[in-house]
Design a protein around this ligand. Structure first.
Ligand code: GAR
Length: 213
Protein backbone atom coordinates (compact mmCIF):
# COMPACT_ATOMS: atom_id res chain seq x y z
CA UNK A 1 0.00 0.00 0.00
CA UNK A 2 1.38 3.44 -0.91
CA UNK A 3 2.01 5.93 1.86
CA UNK A 4 -0.90 8.08 0.68
CA UNK A 5 -3.46 5.28 0.62
CA UNK A 6 -5.42 4.76 3.79
CA UNK A 7 -6.97 1.44 4.77
CA UNK A 8 -10.75 1.57 5.03
CA UNK A 9 -11.61 0.40 8.54
CA UNK A 10 -14.87 -0.56 10.27
CA UNK A 11 -14.90 -0.53 14.09
CA UNK A 12 -17.42 -2.59 16.06
CA UNK A 13 -18.06 -1.81 19.71
CA UNK A 14 -20.48 -2.21 22.60
CA UNK A 15 -19.25 0.23 25.21
CA UNK A 16 -17.19 3.28 26.05
CA UNK A 17 -15.18 3.30 22.86
CA UNK A 18 -11.78 4.31 24.24
CA UNK A 19 -10.26 1.93 21.70
CA UNK A 20 -12.15 3.69 18.90
CA UNK A 21 -11.02 7.06 20.27
CA UNK A 22 -7.39 5.91 20.19
CA UNK A 23 -7.79 4.99 16.50
CA UNK A 24 -9.51 8.32 15.74
CA UNK A 25 -6.77 10.30 17.49
CA UNK A 26 -3.89 8.39 15.90
CA UNK A 27 -5.43 8.64 12.43
CA UNK A 28 -5.95 12.40 12.89
CA UNK A 29 -2.31 12.74 13.98
CA UNK A 30 -1.14 10.90 10.87
CA UNK A 31 0.12 7.97 12.95
CA UNK A 32 -2.31 5.36 11.65
CA UNK A 33 -2.96 5.00 7.91
CA UNK A 34 -6.70 4.35 8.17
CA UNK A 35 -9.98 5.97 7.29
CA UNK A 36 -12.67 4.83 9.69
CA UNK A 37 -15.62 4.43 7.35
CA UNK A 38 -18.12 2.86 9.75
CA UNK A 39 -18.78 2.29 13.44
CA UNK A 40 -21.29 -0.36 14.47
CA UNK A 41 -22.53 -0.61 18.03
CA UNK A 42 -24.40 -3.58 19.45
CA UNK A 43 -26.04 -1.24 21.98
CA UNK A 44 -27.95 2.00 21.56
CA UNK A 45 -26.50 3.52 24.72
CA UNK A 46 -22.81 2.82 23.96
CA UNK A 47 -20.77 5.99 24.49
CA UNK A 48 -18.65 4.91 21.53
CA UNK A 49 -21.53 6.07 19.30
CA UNK A 50 -21.08 9.60 20.64
CA UNK A 51 -17.38 9.47 19.85
CA UNK A 52 -18.13 8.32 16.29
CA UNK A 53 -20.67 11.11 15.74
CA UNK A 54 -18.30 13.71 17.13
CA UNK A 55 -15.62 12.55 14.70
CA UNK A 56 -18.09 12.60 11.79
CA UNK A 57 -17.94 8.83 11.25
CA UNK A 58 -21.09 7.05 10.00
CA UNK A 59 -22.44 5.02 12.93
CA UNK A 60 -25.12 2.35 13.06
CA UNK A 61 -26.69 0.31 15.84
CA UNK A 62 -27.07 -3.39 15.04
CA UNK A 63 -28.46 -5.26 18.05
CA UNK A 64 -28.48 -9.05 18.42
CA UNK A 65 -31.93 -8.90 20.06
CA UNK A 66 -33.44 -7.60 16.82
CA UNK A 67 -32.54 -10.82 15.00
CA UNK A 68 -33.88 -14.35 15.28
CA UNK A 69 -30.45 -15.99 15.32
CA UNK A 70 -26.70 -15.34 15.67
CA UNK A 71 -26.42 -16.07 11.96
CA UNK A 72 -28.93 -13.40 10.94
CA UNK A 73 -27.27 -10.89 13.27
CA UNK A 74 -23.86 -11.60 11.68
CA UNK A 75 -25.36 -11.31 8.20
CA UNK A 76 -26.70 -7.83 9.06
CA UNK A 77 -23.34 -6.74 10.48
CA UNK A 78 -21.38 -7.93 7.45
CA UNK A 79 -23.92 -6.45 5.02
CA UNK A 80 -23.43 -3.02 6.62
CA UNK A 81 -19.66 -3.43 6.62
CA UNK A 82 -19.58 -4.46 2.97
CA UNK A 83 -21.75 -1.50 2.03
CA UNK A 84 -19.24 0.80 3.73
CA UNK A 85 -16.40 -0.53 1.60
CA UNK A 86 -14.33 -1.43 4.68
CA UNK A 87 -11.34 -3.67 4.10
CA UNK A 88 -10.63 -4.58 7.73
CA UNK A 89 -12.87 -4.86 10.79
CA UNK A 90 -11.60 -4.13 14.30
CA UNK A 91 -13.59 -5.39 17.27
CA UNK A 92 -13.04 -2.73 19.91
CA UNK A 93 -14.87 -3.96 22.97
CA UNK A 94 -17.55 -5.71 20.90
CA UNK A 95 -19.18 -7.96 23.49
CA UNK A 96 -21.22 -10.13 21.15
CA UNK A 97 -20.26 -13.34 19.41
CA UNK A 98 -19.76 -12.69 15.72
CA UNK A 99 -19.56 -15.58 13.27
CA UNK A 100 -17.06 -14.64 10.58
CA UNK A 101 -17.92 -15.67 7.00
CA UNK A 102 -15.17 -17.27 4.91
CA UNK A 103 -14.75 -14.11 2.82
CA UNK A 104 -13.76 -12.22 5.97
CA UNK A 105 -11.35 -14.79 7.40
CA UNK A 106 -8.19 -13.02 8.64
CA UNK A 107 -9.79 -9.64 8.02
CA UNK A 108 -11.44 -9.24 11.44
CA UNK A 109 -9.20 -8.35 14.41
CA UNK A 110 -10.04 -8.36 18.08
CA UNK A 111 -8.25 -7.02 21.13
CA UNK A 112 -8.53 -9.00 24.33
CA UNK A 113 -7.32 -7.85 27.77
CA UNK A 114 -5.30 -10.98 28.60
CA UNK A 115 -2.57 -13.17 27.17
CA UNK A 116 -4.67 -15.60 25.13
CA UNK A 117 -5.30 -18.51 25.22
CA UNK A 118 -5.42 -17.82 28.98
CA UNK A 119 -8.45 -15.98 30.37
CA UNK A 120 -10.52 -15.98 27.18
CA UNK A 121 -13.89 -17.37 26.18
CA UNK A 122 -17.51 -16.78 27.07
CA UNK A 123 -17.94 -14.50 30.10
CA UNK A 124 -14.27 -13.47 30.03
CA UNK A 125 -14.41 -9.83 29.09
CA UNK A 126 -13.65 -6.45 30.62
CA UNK A 127 -13.21 -6.47 34.40
CA UNK A 128 -14.08 -10.19 34.71
CA UNK A 129 -10.74 -10.96 33.06
CA UNK A 130 -8.72 -8.84 35.49
CA UNK A 131 -10.61 -10.23 38.50
CA UNK A 132 -9.83 -13.79 37.35
CA UNK A 133 -6.16 -12.95 36.77
CA UNK A 134 -5.87 -11.55 40.31
CA UNK A 135 -7.78 -14.50 41.81
CA UNK A 136 -5.32 -16.91 40.21
CA UNK A 137 -2.38 -14.98 41.62
CA UNK A 138 -0.87 -14.53 38.15
CA UNK A 139 2.40 -12.59 38.10
CA UNK A 140 1.98 -11.57 34.48
CA UNK A 141 -0.98 -10.73 32.25
CA UNK A 142 -1.27 -8.56 29.16
CA UNK A 143 -3.10 -7.83 25.95
CA UNK A 144 -3.61 -9.84 22.77
CA UNK A 145 -4.59 -8.82 19.25
CA UNK A 146 -5.79 -11.72 17.14
CA UNK A 147 -7.69 -12.48 13.98
CA UNK A 148 -11.20 -13.66 14.81
CA UNK A 149 -12.49 -17.08 13.87
CA UNK A 150 -15.79 -18.61 14.90
CA UNK A 151 -14.94 -19.19 18.56
CA UNK A 152 -14.88 -16.65 21.37
CA UNK A 153 -11.47 -14.98 21.84
CA UNK A 154 -9.90 -17.41 19.40
CA UNK A 155 -7.95 -17.24 16.16
CA UNK A 156 -4.41 -16.54 14.94
CA UNK A 157 -2.50 -14.29 17.34
CA UNK A 158 -1.08 -11.14 15.75
CA UNK A 159 0.61 -9.33 18.67
CA UNK A 160 0.82 -9.62 22.44
CA UNK A 161 2.25 -7.40 25.15
CA UNK A 162 2.91 -8.57 28.69
CA UNK A 163 1.96 -6.51 31.74
CA UNK A 164 3.32 -7.20 35.21
CA UNK A 165 0.78 -7.92 37.96
CA UNK A 166 1.64 -6.06 41.17
CA UNK A 167 1.01 -7.35 44.67
CA UNK A 168 -1.35 -4.50 45.52
CA UNK A 169 -3.22 -4.45 42.18
CA UNK A 170 -6.97 -3.99 42.00
CA UNK A 171 -8.94 -5.03 38.88
CA UNK A 172 -9.24 -1.34 37.94
CA UNK A 173 -5.54 -0.60 38.37
CA UNK A 174 -4.62 -3.64 36.33
CA UNK A 175 -7.19 -2.80 33.65
CA UNK A 176 -5.64 0.62 33.25
CA UNK A 177 -2.17 -0.79 32.55
CA UNK A 178 -3.52 -3.54 30.28
CA UNK A 179 -5.48 -0.94 28.31
CA UNK A 180 -2.31 1.10 27.89
CA UNK A 181 -0.76 -2.04 26.34
CA UNK A 182 -3.84 -2.44 24.11
CA UNK A 183 -3.45 1.15 22.92
CA UNK A 184 0.03 0.26 21.69
CA UNK A 185 -0.45 -3.13 20.09
CA UNK A 186 -3.88 -2.72 18.45
CA UNK A 187 -2.81 0.23 16.25
CA UNK A 188 0.50 -1.52 15.60
CA UNK A 189 -1.37 -4.63 14.38
CA UNK A 190 -3.49 -2.43 12.09
CA UNK A 191 -0.34 -0.74 10.74
CA UNK A 192 1.20 -4.14 9.98
CA UNK A 193 -2.02 -5.25 8.25
CA UNK A 194 -2.21 -2.04 6.23
CA UNK A 195 1.40 -2.53 5.17
CA UNK A 196 0.58 -6.04 3.95
CA UNK A 197 2.99 -7.54 6.47
CA UNK A 198 0.70 -10.13 8.11
CA UNK A 199 0.56 -13.59 6.59
CA UNK A 200 -1.53 -16.37 8.12
CA UNK A 201 -0.09 -19.82 7.57
CA UNK A 202 -1.49 -22.96 9.20
CA UNK A 203 -3.36 -20.92 11.78
CA UNK A 204 -0.34 -18.83 12.75
CA UNK A 205 0.57 -15.29 11.87
CA UNK A 206 3.94 -14.52 10.34
CA UNK A 207 5.03 -10.88 10.40
CA UNK A 208 6.96 -10.05 7.26
CA UNK A 209 9.98 -7.76 7.57
CA UNK A 210 9.55 -4.11 6.72
CA UNK A 211 10.15 -3.38 3.05
CA UNK A 212 13.12 -1.11 2.50
CA UNK A 213 12.84 1.17 -0.52
C1 GAR B 1 -11.14 -3.22 25.98
O1 GAR B 1 -10.33 -3.10 27.11
C2 GAR B 1 -11.03 -4.62 25.42
O2 GAR B 1 -9.88 -5.28 25.80
C3 GAR B 1 -12.18 -5.34 26.02
O3 GAR B 1 -13.18 -4.36 26.14
C4 GAR B 1 -12.60 -3.10 26.39
C5 GAR B 1 -13.34 -2.07 25.58
O4 GAR B 1 -13.12 -0.80 26.02
N1 GAR B 1 -12.56 -6.42 25.16
C6 GAR B 1 -12.89 -7.64 25.59
O5 GAR B 1 -12.95 -7.95 26.76
C7 GAR B 1 -13.19 -8.63 24.46
N2 GAR B 1 -13.28 -9.96 24.97
P1 GAR B 1 -13.64 0.45 25.17
O6 GAR B 1 -15.13 0.28 24.91
O7 GAR B 1 -13.40 1.64 26.03
O8 GAR B 1 -12.87 0.51 23.90
Amino acid sequence: MSAARRLRLAVLLSGGGTTLQNFIDLAAAGQLPVEIVLVISSRRDAFGMERARKAGIPAEVVRPRDFASEKEFAAAVFAAVEKSGAELICLAGFMVKLGVPAAWANRVMNVHPALLPAFGGRGMYGHFVHEAVLEHGCRVTGATVHFVDNEYDHGPIVLQKAVEVRGDDTPDALAERVQAAEREIFPEAVRLYAAGRLVVERGRVRVLPEKTA
